[in-house]
Write a protein that binds this ligand. Structure first.
Ligand code: PNS
Length: 163
């Protein structure tokens, strides 16, 4: 049986931390669906289409990777797409409580879908999309945190906002 994992998140924008989880996830699962959550309470910097493009830019040839978006509950989307696993990356200890709550809630909603965690690589431990945006907004370098095409997209986005 083929194993499909959903890797959900905001991906606003993709960081090397996300890239590492996707690469390593593809070694374990047959397919990964990156699910960009559309959160009506958040105002993202990048549109869904832009976020899809930035993720695809890091995996142009990877046929086992699908990039999609969803609205509403993650568990409903995971069921619709026949995913057996929800994949999440864990960074510092501070992620743990939030992730534990989500994993428990999702298990209550459907205990056939398992949440699995991958520890973020040491070098990406302190990388977050939020911090990357903050640094890039003020022209700081995010070269070590995001792929080149994401760095360029950030610079372009903030240049437009400032003009
Ligand atoms: O990258 P993020 O923003 O930390 O990802 C959070 C995400 C998208 C996984 C979470 O907010 C989510 O699952 N949203 C969809 C709505 C939902 O199912 N909420 C209940 C989670 S228990």
């Amino acid at each position: 049986m083929s194993r499909t994992a959903i890797y959900p998140g905001s991906f606003d924008p993709l960081t090397y931390g996300h890239v590492s989880i996707i690469e390593r996830g593809l070694r374990v699962f047959d397919r990964i669906i990156v699910g960009i959550a559309i959160n009506v309470r958040k105002t993202p910097l990048f549109s869904v289409d832009e976020r899809v493009e930035l993720i695809r830019g890091s995996f142009p040839e990877e046929e086992r990777l699908e990039i999609d978006s969803f609205q509403g509950l993650l568990i409903d989307y995971a069921q619709q797409r026949n995913c057996q696993v929800i994949l999440r990356g864990l960074r510092a200890v501070s992620d743990f409580e939030y992730e534990l709550q989500m994993a428990n809630m999702n298990r209550k909603l459907d205990d056939r879908i398992e949440t699995m965690f991958m520890m973020t690589e040491e070098s990406h431990f302190y990388v977050s999309s939020g911090l990357v945006k903050e640094v890039a907004r003020f022209d700081g370098s995010v070269r070590d945190q995001v792929p080149d095409h994401v760095e360029e997209a950030l610079a372009e986005k903030f240049a437009i906002q400032k003009s």
